[in-house]
Design a protein around this ligand. Structure first.
Ligand code: FAD
Length: 401
């Protein structure tokens, strides 16, 4: 195991950090008060700057115009960009497009790649991913009501999804739907590309999340598929392989998320420490002189260091041994890093007092939007139960002295 960061990657990460500090953080106060639609043009200019610097799409393959970084390298990038809510979008490595690029790259046909993949990597279009349903548990997506029924050369899709992140303004959705109801459970569903201008694709609303419905890229859509007819040529991978492909998509995605969360931790931690050393609580006494604050700072620093080491180790395992071998590490970081972020952001907010509740710092934004980290891509409990079960299984039939 070697976590040495190459000189090339050190240069890449520091260029990105510098860009975030110089170009993105100054935009944040405007971003807090304006819609995505109002900011899109300005963000587009920043994207052009990133492309000129040849730092665009760090995680995507070189042949598609990305930087082709390994998972371990992209983990470092994701941490650097996660310090601002705008980082991943401006550098073209944002969810859910990043996962959809991976699926299309691995499983798309030549036509699908030309029509959907290349414009997606180029940042000319956006996409969403529609798996979770309103009426059934996302934690067990094999219970799925959405169907794609064969009709000649087409499928007809009917179903009710929600939390299709960034559906508003997306060019297409990758939809999970049951195509083979009589097959074994994990081979019943397929992934199908549905253009959002299809009359059967209905964006019902952007769901209000913690009081904010958002718009465009920063939103979560409720989507009704009503007799949505799409050609069978839009099937991604073999019929019935939706869950197999979904598993491939989720592994790297969890590493990206965890490192992004560590970027959020760093920003919140820096703001917390800065506030503590500057806030005068009594003549000659700053908040930083209080032992409880010192203890919080120490605990946050240790927890962040542990979370970072665990995540880089999981990325290294994925790069060297593959997704299946790294699944314990991935389950562990998914709940551990989410809890670390929750703790660090909460303490940063507390240290800021009333200011922490305002949008004058990004902490309240992180607090509102990142609570979901403990729910999406497998809720905490799902990962804990799965990891605990696998660990306990290794003890069956053993005698420990
Ligand atoms: C911000 C955000 C973005 C999202 N983006 C997308 C997206 O782009 N596309 C998409 O398809 N979906 C998306 N989702 C949906 C997400 O994947 C689901 O919310 C998640 O899978 C949980 O499903 P559920 O909400 O139906 O909760 P349920 O499955 O009903 O679970 C509710 C709770 O039950 C508990 N629980 C579940 N299973 C177990 C278990 N085995 N043991 C013990 N307790 C358990 C957990 O505490 C869990 O939080 C997003 C969600 C959020 C919040």
């Amino acid at each position: 195991m070697d976590f040495t960061v190459s000189e090339k990657m050190q240069a890449v990460v520091s260029m990105m950090e510098e860009f975030v500090d110089r170009e993105l953080i100054p935009m944040e106060s405007e971003f807090m008060t304006k819609s995505f639609g109002e900011m899109e043009q300005e963000l587009g200019k920043k994207r052009d700057m990133v492309k000129k610097m040849e730092l665009w799409a760090p995680n995507h393959p070189v042949e598609l115009g990305g930087m082709g970084l390994s998972l371990m390298e992209h983990a470092l990038v994701s941490e650097a960009l996660g310090r601002s809510p705008l980082g991943h979008y401006v550098f073209g490595c944002h969810a859910p497009d990043a996962g959809n690029v991976e699926i299309l790259h691995l499983h798309g046909t030549k036509e699908q790649k030309e029509r959907w993949l290349q414009p997606l990597v180029d940042g000319k279009i956006r996409s969403c991913f529609s798996m979770t349903e309103v009426e059934l548990p996302g934690s067990n997506p094999t219970l799925m009501d959405t169907t794609a029924v064969s009709d000649g050369d087409d499928y007809i899709i009917n179903g009710h999804k929600w939390y299709s992140t960034a559906a508003d303004g997306s060019a297409f959705s990758i939809v999970m739907a049951v195509t083979n109801p009589d097959a074994p459970t994990y081979f019943q569903a397929s992934m199908i590309i549905v253009p959002t201008d299809n009359p059967g694709f209905n964006l019902v609303r952007n769901i209000p999340v913690m009081g904010h419905a958002g718009d465009g890229y920063f939103s979560h859509g409720e989507v009704l598929f009503q007799n949505c007819r799409v050609p069978k040529a839009n099937l991604l991978g073999p019929e019935g392989h939706g869950f197999v492909i979904a598993q491939e998509r989720l592994g790297p995605g969890r590493i990206h998320h965890c490192m992004r969360w560590l970027g959020i931790c760093r920003r919140a931690f820096d703001l917390m420490c800065q506030r503590a050393v500057n806030r005068i609580m009594a003549p000659g006494k700053t908040l930083a002189t209080k032992q409880i604050i010192q203890s919080w700072v120490a605990e946050c620093a240790a927890q962040m260091q542990a979370a970072r080491a665990m995540t880089l180790h999981a990325a290294w395992r994925m790069d060297t041994a593959g997704h299946k071998e790294a699944r314990d590490e991935i389950s562990a970081i998914k709940f551990f890093v989410a809890a670390t972020m929750e703790m660090v952001v909460d303490r940063a907010l507390q240290v800021h007092g009333g200011l922490g509740m305002t949008d004058d710092t990004p902490i309240a934004f992180f607090y509102r939007h990142e609570r979901a980290a403990r729910i999406y891509d497998g809720a905490d409990e799902v990962h804990k139960v799965a990891l605990g079960r696998r660990i306990l299984k290794t003890y069956e039939g053993r005698t420990i002295k």
